[in-house]
Design a protein around this ligand. Structure first.
Ligand code: 5GP
Length: 187
């Protein structure tokens, strides 16, 4: 069986990676599978263990790093986030195209390890719009919102490291553009 393609969907917090990903996953012809990350962040009210993330404590996370069990990991606004390696390998072996929805530091690590990965960076139409989206989520304190925005400005500066940059102005348009990129990308 042909091994699947590794797809990195990155971009600043609040740009709408999750929403675009949900739209992409409705398209079964893309043969996508999602890599569920591990994090030490506390679950938000609408989030489910083992669906949105594997929510773990810091010791479990650090042990996982020590065992070499993560394909990449990063500290982001006070918490750890990482991609469990076994699962990604298994899905790729099964021929699935595996989507990692991750922030920039982790994406840069995967680019080094897997230069063939299809890397896509989502940008907001403007920083004002990004701020509106982060505030609209209403799940974070003012300090965290400020920290995420500050981080976003820096993250956007790395966009040229990615094979494709897609603006997320309209989620359906962004989905269509990315679906086309996935169909046309050959490894
Ligand atoms: P949030 O707390 O909003 O769910 O995620 C914060 C940031 O961490 C987002 O940019 C999200 O895409 C990213 N993220 C989620 N999972 C991972 C992961 O496994 N590795 C890395 N490096 N970033 C992740």
């Amino acid at each position: 069986m042909k091994r699947g393609m590794l797809i990195i969907l990155s971009g600043p917090s609040g740009v709408g990676k999750g929403t675009v990903r949900e739209e992409l996953f409705k398209d079964e012809s893309l043969n996508l599978s999602y890599s569920i990350s591990m994090t030490t962040r506390k679950p938000r009210p609408a989030e489910t263990e083992g669906v949105d993330y594997f929510f773990v404590d810091e010791k479990t996370f650090v042990d996982k790093i020590a065992q070499g069990g993560l394909l990449e990991w990063a500290r982001f606004v006070g918490n750890y986030y990482g991609t469990p390696k076994d699962n990604v390998d298994r899905l790729l072996d099964e021929g699935k195209n595996v989507v990692l929805e991750i922030e920039v530091q982790g994406a840069l690590q995967v680019m080094k390890k897997c230069p063939d990965a299809l890397t896509i960076f989502l940008v907001p139409p403007s920083l004002e719009e990004l701020e509106r989206r982060i505030r609209g989520r209403r799940t974070e304190s003012e300090d965290i919102v400020k920290e995420r925005l500050d981080k976003a400005r820096k993250e956007i500066q790395t966009k040229d490291e990615y094979k494709y940059v897609v603006e997320n102005d309209d989620v359906h348009l962004a989905k269509d553009k990315i679906a086309k990129i996935i169909r046309e990308h050959k490894i």
